[in-house]
Design a binder for this molecule. Structure first.
Ligand code: ZN
Length: 275
């Protein structure tokens, strides 16, 4: 018998009130457990095996096969995410991407902290449907995850010639920046977008949400990161369509100028990113 802690990222109901849960742990990567009878609310494993719970789990291996979960306690859950359909759509999107992209031999300690931070951010931010913070959570999660997986775009130098000067545009196809000599055709990427993307990739872990930006910047940056993300996703996750529909409503409402981070200084459209 062994005690481990982890975030429940997937639950699949099987026969006899049991389920198979997938858990993201800091020490052992992504693990699967058979949780006997845990769909029954009277079971000792009921609360701690629900999706999006960070739980303490007692597990054991039988016959060298699938790991069995014998009991569980929920250490932390995200009630405001569970009770808000838009937040939940985003939380499920985070968990599904992790389930798809995390393979064996990946260091998951940073990834676990990232997803817990992003779920906490969702949990404490407002719940109005014009809430721009949900869009920020999505952008930070996706880009930082790509970075931790070692596949984030190269924002520091030209992917063609290597220069670090006069960078002008982002190429999804080539995986990073192009300089003015290597790219004379496409539209240049505004500094505000580049600054934001670089900040999210390079900042300290505890400062991942410590920036302010405009609606336009976050919208364009999200579009770029989504394209990079889909290069690494072999399939379109089931939660994608619903999550996009939910966020589309927010974007439409933000268009009504309700956004609380709305630019105060309209003459200074560039470099809104603050460390
Ligand atoms: Zn170049």
């Amino acid at each position: 018998m062994q005690e481990i802690s982890g975030l429940i990222i997937k639950e699949v109901r099987v026969a006899n009130d049991s389920k198979i849960v997938t858990v993201l742990t800091a020490e052992f990567g992504k693990l699967q457990f058979w949780a006997q009878g845990s769909c029954n609310y009277r079971s000792k494993s009921f609360s701690g095996t629900r999706i999006m719970c960070y739980s303490r789990l007692m597990v054991e291996t039988r016959n060298g096969q699938l790991n069995y979960l014998t009991s569980s306690d929920c250490i932390k859950n995200f009630k405001n995410v569970e009770s808000d359909i838009t937040k939940m759509s985003l939380g499920c999107w985070f968990l599904q991407i992790i389930d798809i992209l995390i393979k064996d031999n990946v260091n998951t300690s940073k990834i676990l902290r990232l997803v817990l931070n992003c779920l906490h951010y969702l949990d404490v931010c407002g719940s109005d449907n014009d809430n721009f913070e949900l869009l920020i959570a999505r952008l930070v999660f996706e880009l930082r995850l790509l970075s931790y997986l070692g596949v984030s775009p190269n924002f520091s130098s030209c992917v063609q010639c290597g220069t670090t000067k006069f960078l002008r545009s982002i190429s999804v196809k080539l995986g990073g920046m192009l300089c003015i000599n290597c790219d004379t055709n496409s539209e240049s990427t505004p500094n505000s977008i580049l600054s934001l993307l670089k900040y999210i990739v390079l900042c300290e872990e505890k400062k991942i949400f410590a920036f302010k930006t405009s609606k336009k910047t976050i919208e364009i940056a999200s579009g770029i990161v989504e394209k990079f993300l889909f290069i690494y996703l072999d399939i379109v996750p089931k939660s994608y369509k619903f999550m996009k529909e939910q966020l589309r409503e927010i974007l439409q409402n933000v268009d009504k100028d309700k956004y609380k981070y709305k630019d105060k200084d309209k003459n200074n459209d560039e470099n809104k990113v603050l460390a």
